[in-house]
Ligand binder design. Structure first.
Ligand code: GN1
Ligand code: MG
Length: 344
């Protein structure tokens, strides 16, 4: 960390660092330098092969928003001592630093539909404010990240090449997931449908990626590594995946997995308040689908990783990703049960 601090022109003796947050991919710390606070992140190079692409996108978006001058609140990275938006330490990796937004707080669990509404509004606003940008100019920071067809193929591949013991123990979960492959077929239709637009998409809309003010109003969105062109179903779907249920993907007691209708309505309301003039009719008809899409994809990704010996997500206990996959399948089933009432 001495090199990181030096790269930002900070003196080690004045600073303290503490691990921060619960992300699975990057390492995050909160840095105190006297009264000033910052967020420091080390980019996971196994996942983000081209960290410069992240820095490039942030600078591109920042420049665009500045020109619009709409007072949209966007947290741009702190520049390094040599004026870069990212710090490369040879032989170690890439680091970024952000100012800690004063008076802001984040939450880890959605406990009130109003929070879901505020978050959905923030993610909708983010895409809307950037609707005039040249979306094709954005760099792809994670190729095929939310390509459900590819995720399904990777799952099928793992059925051939995965850990044989784990495969044998997972047959009923594998069969259950195969039984929902119509969700992939629908995605292929979406990819062919010109009414589905590529927009500036956040791709990680969990609640902890929204900052709230002291009155619990949404302030801004953070964690912009996966901002790239995408479909709105990624953002709305991941909100459904992570806000509809009172427990997270980590929960082992599946009887606690339920879908809360008022949270669903709050997501739709908040998102549409910002995006209703942007979305096409075909897109608007896919709100419910977006939840199926993201939950199914996450179930596939967790199970695929389990079969591949946890090489992507890691595991804190034996079978961790298997439990996560079962959890997500349960959530998918609970959501499907409410199809009729929610689609209404
Ligand atoms: C990862 O690192 P984190 O927790 O923000 C993953 C998301 C998953 C999520 C599941 C780059 O996000 O796609 O939905 O874990 N991000 C990447 O908890 O793979
Ligand atoms: Mg993230």
């Amino acid at each position: 960390m001495d090199k990181v601090l030096a790269g930002y022109g900070l003196k080690e003796v004045q600073c303290s660092l503490k691990p921060f947050g619960s992300g699975l991919i990057n390492h995050t710390w909160v840095l105190c330098n006297g009264a000033e606070q910052f967020i420091v992140q080390k980019v996971n190079r196994n996942v983000f092969r081209e960290p410069e692409a992240i820095a490039w996108n942030l600078a591109f978006i920042d420049a665009y928003l500045e020109k619009q001058d709409e007072g949209y609140f966007f947290v741009s990275p702190v520049k390094t001592a040599s004026g870069e938006t990212m710090l490369h330490i040879e032989g170690d990796g890439y680091y970024r630093m952000f100012p800690f937004v004063k008076g802001s707080h984040s939450i880890d669990v959605v406990e009130d539909p109003q929070q879901a509404y505020e978050a959905a509004k923030q993610f909708g606003m983010f895409t809307r404010k950037l609707s005039g940008i040249d979306v094709d100019a954005l760099k792809i920071t994670l190729p095929s990240f939310h390509d459900l067809s590819l995720r399904y193929e990777q799952f099928l591949e793992a059925l051939g090449s995965g850990n044989p013991l784990r495969l044998a123990a997972a047959t009923s979960l594998i069969e259950a997931l195969k039984g929902h492959s119509y969700i992939v077929d629908r995605f292929r239709e979406i990819q062919r449908n010109p009414e589905f637009k590529q927009r500036v998409t956040h791709h990680d809309t969990k609640i902890s990626n929204v900052l709230f003010d002291a009155h619990n109003k949404g302030l801004c969105v953070i964690d912009l590594d996966t901002v790239m062109p995408g479909y709105f179903i990624s953002d709305v779907g991941d909100m459904m995946r992570t806000y509809l249920c009172p427990v997270s993907e980590e929960e082992k007691d599946f009887s606690k997995i339920v879908v809360r209708e008022d949270y669903y309505n709050a997501i739709v309301k908040g998102y549409l308040e910002e995006m209703q003039d942007e979305l096409t009719q075909a897109e608007k008809a896919h709100f419910f689908y977006s939840g199926l899409f993201m939950i199914y994809m996450q179930a596939l990704r967790f199970l695929t990783d389990h079969l591949n010996d946890d090489r992507y997500y890691g595991a804190r206990y034996e079978g961790h990703n298997f439990v996560r996959a079962q959890n997500q399948l349960t959530l998918l089933e609970r959501l499907l049960e409410k199809r009729e009432v929610l689609e209404k």
